[in-house]
Design a protein around this ligand. Structure first.
Ligand code: ADP
Length: 270
């Protein structure tokens, strides 16, 4: 049984009688609480890099620093700027997704092109992460369905790219990441990202797609995470008639899958 919140009002009803009106405001109050939480979270997420940034500005203004030291401060400031930029980009993406109707089945994108773009992005991302010369991730991309998918290519690319970049960010260098797109016997298709990384304990799984929910806050921040990636993935999947599933074992790795319905797929019209 869920707690119910009632709003009760008494109105004069003639002859000294009163009319009692009660309304179930549970949903309204829940929506309001979620909105408040969201605003508090966004403010906190913006305030942290902003505080760091102003601290560095003050240091640069007050201290005479060696050029090398000054450059390293400037690098850290640029990093905080990028963090705010990604946060605002992700917030705008989410609000655009929420405010626009689901894409129909009139625009088709090549799955192979999407997979090629993802592979290119992933290779440049691992190079950035492994700038200190550590072994690159073992990345494998397999496109077993070479037809087309109905939907907005930019949205699909951003959702799939989020899963790939998460796999890279939460898998130590040297780990394996397998990305595949394949058709299932029933006609549906799955895009899967499998990694041999940190894994996620079962109690966290149900909350992963909540905005700003992170299992390891510092790891997420360190690698440039906004905490909004999986919320975006879930949204895009749903807008395309699909859904996101996660399987994971702590210390072993994770598998994130988007399943698309058969009516969103067609063989290439060569
Ligand atoms: P973030 O920007 O923090 O990565 P996401 O919404 O993309 O935000 O993911 C939410 C959380 O889920 C992450 O903070 C991380 O704890 C966990 N997570 C996501 N992908 C993986 C993965 N491949 N392996 C381990 N943990 C993951």
């Amino acid at each position: 049984t869920r707690p119910v919140r009632l709003s009760v009002q008494l109105y004069p009803y003639g002859g000294g009688r009163k009319l009692l009106l009660s309304r179930d405001v549970t949903a309204v109050e829940q929506a309001e609480a979620m909105r408040r939480d969201f605003v508090a979270n966004v403010s906190h997420e913006i305030r942290t890099p902003l505080t760091v940034l102003s601290g560095f500005v003050e240091t640069l203004q007050t201290l005479e620093l060696e050029p090398l030291e000054r450059d390293s401060y400037l690098d850290l400031m640029a990093q905080q700027g990028r963090r705010m930029q990604s946060l605002v980009d992700d917030l705008l993406t989410l609000s655009k997704l929420e405010g626009s109707p689901s894409p129909g089945v009139d625009v088709w994108s090549s799955v192979l092109t999407l997979m090629r773009q993802l592979a290119q992005d992933a290779h440049s991302l691992t190079r950035v992460i492994n700038i200190d010369g550590k072994a690159l991730h073992d990345l494998k991309f397999e496109c077993l369905f070479q037809g087309e998918i109905a939907g907005v290519a930019a949205e699909l690319h951003s959702a799939m790219g989020n899963l790939v970049s998460n796999a890279i960010r939460y898998t130590p260098p040297g780990g394996q990441i397998w990305v595949s797109f394949k058709r299932l016997p029933g006609g549906q298709a799955t895009f899967e990202v499998l990694d041999s990384g940190a894994g996620i304990a079962p109690e966290h799984l149900p909350r992963l797609t909540e905005r700003f929910y992170r299992v390891d806050r510092s790891r997420s921040r360190e690698t440039g995470g906004t905490g909004l990636g999986l919320a975006i993935v879930k949204h895009v999947a749903q807008r395309h008639g699909g859904y996101l599933t996660v399987e994971s074992r702590l210390g072993k790795g994770s598998s994130f899958r988007i399943t698309f319905p058969a009516e969103r797929l067609r063989e290439a019209a060569y």
